[in-house]
Design a protein around this ligand. Structure first.
Ligand code: RNT
Ligand code: ZN
Length: 416
């Protein structure tokens, strides 16, 4: 049976449940996913560096050949990704992807001109950019504290970096004619029990207020700020200054956005249940789509229960315009372009899957108290001919994707 025939049958099956596969496919392809830059280069960045940049609570593991070593190599990789991944994509880059030529420009002095290549690429590919200040992999992050550091000079440096990043985001927004989302994540925290949790949080509030709330030179319609919380990290197992309670409250009190990363919670928690809670009060959430295994391990995203549950929750609350979706994972032990293709395709697939949920019927059954039928229908949906629906638009693309991955694999193996 051809994929067209399979699709026709599948379309009928879904139609019997009142679901229109054509319009679900169309809608799924339109929802933007902001792809993370750091899978291409193992979170290394392209700064022209003084020796010895390190520090900051995240790391990629593995040494598969083919890491992008320059901005040009990374952009080639993203080009390949755009070719093999369906649907609307954005790209979110980190401040440490600044390209300053032979000059060393420290993070407090980076400016839009250092991202000229990125903005030119963005225009050429019609892919909008999002941005992240980089509060790690820097000597001033080595002590484990940045915006909440008790050293005033260190704090000032990072506040300046934060403002510089927001100005770059504003320039990107102008370049693309639409807002640029900025995600603020800091690694600040302590391995062991601090005697004083209070001071760090007070200092973080002061720094964020200085860089975001009181800084009037940046247009907040163009640069849209989000803060990302975390439970623990490498070297911050006991105490993270920017915890969920901290940032959830900070964001709501200052009218800025809040970021939920799928890996930043106790291992038995999922963000699925948190969306409807936060969206009672927050205007919008940024989601970092990731795959934690036992901890915040940032495995390549796959089409698993967690991912489906997340997007089903958004579909059931019809909250698509209240969440921004970005990926966040890195695995340096496999081909990096394949990692992008697998994770981004899984994300798009889960979005499509959620758009083919019989939410209305499920809610009716629930309202009627028929929870057995609710459970049965939920479970039956898993064996609907979803593959035929995904395939219809993707089959050509997937063949190309596998060929391209092989090609990329061979080509990148020569990079060291
Ligand atoms: C770290 C955060 C953050 C980073 C990127 C590189 O735990 O999830 O989003 O992964 O900024
Ligand atoms: Zn994240």
């Amino acid at each position: 049976m051809s994929s067209d025939q399979a699709y026709k049958l599948a379309k009928n099956d879904y139609a019997e449940l009142g679901l229109d596969t054509d319009s679900a496919i169309k809608a799924a392809l339109k929802i933007p996913i902001s792809l993370h830059c750091w899978q291409a280069d193992d979170v290394g960045g392209f700064e022209t560096k003084e020796a010895g940049l390190a520090g900051g609570g995240i790391m990629a593991t593995g040494n598969y050949p083919g890491r992008a070593r320059t901005g040009d190599e990374a952009r080639q990789d993203y080009d390949k990704v755009l070719e093999i991944v369906p649907g609307k994509l954005r790209l979110n880059i980190h401040a440490c992807y600044a390209e300053t030529g032979t000059k060393v420009v420290d993070r407090d002095r980076i400016a839009p001109e250092h991202f000229a290549n990125w903005m030119a690429w963005s225009r050429k590919r019609r892919v909008a950019l999002d941005f992240n200040p980089t509060f790690f992999a820097h000597p001033k992050a080595n002590a484990g504290f940045t915006l909440s550091s008790t050293d005033p000079a260190t704090r000032k440096f990072w506040v300046k970096h934060c403002i510089a990043s927001r100005k770059i985001a504003e320039a990107m927004a102008k370049n693309q004619g639409s807002p640029c989302l900025v995600n603020h994540w800091i690694p600040d925290g302590a391995k062991d029990f601090p005697a004083d949790r209070w001071t760090y949080r007070e200092l973080l509030t002061q720094s964020l207020d200085a860089a975001i709330v009181k800084e009037k030179s940046v247009n907040k319609k163009l640069c849209v700020d989000y803060v990302e919380s975390k439970l623990f990290g490498i070297g911050s197992e006991e105490f993270v200054v920017g915890s969920a309670e901290y940032y959830g409250s900070y964001a709501i009190s200052r009218g800025i956005g809040y970021t939920l990363d799928m890996g930043h919670w106790h291992p038995t928690e999922t963000i699925t249940d948190k969306i409807s809670a936060f969206l009672q009060f927050h205007k919008k959430l940024l989601l970092h789509v990731s795959r934690p295994i036992r901890w915040d391990s940032d495995h390549v995203v796959i089409f698993n229960d967690d991912l489906r549950a997340l997007f089903l929750e958004i579909a059931r609350g019809n909250a698509w315009d209240r969440v921004a979706i970005a990926t966040d994972y890195f695995d340096a032990s496999i081909n990096r372009i394949a990692a992008y293709a697998i994770g981004l395709r899984a994300t798009r697939k889960a979005i499509l899957y959620a758009l083919l949920d019989p939410s209305a019927q499920l809610k009716e059954l629930e309202a009627a108290g028929n929870n057995a039928a609710r459970l049965a229908l939920m479970d039956e949906m898993k064996t609907m001919p979803f593959g035929a629906v995904w395939d219809i638009k993707q089959v050509a693309q997937r063949k190309r994707s596998l060929a391209a991955t092989r090609h990329a694999h061979n080509e990148r193996r020569t990079r060291r």
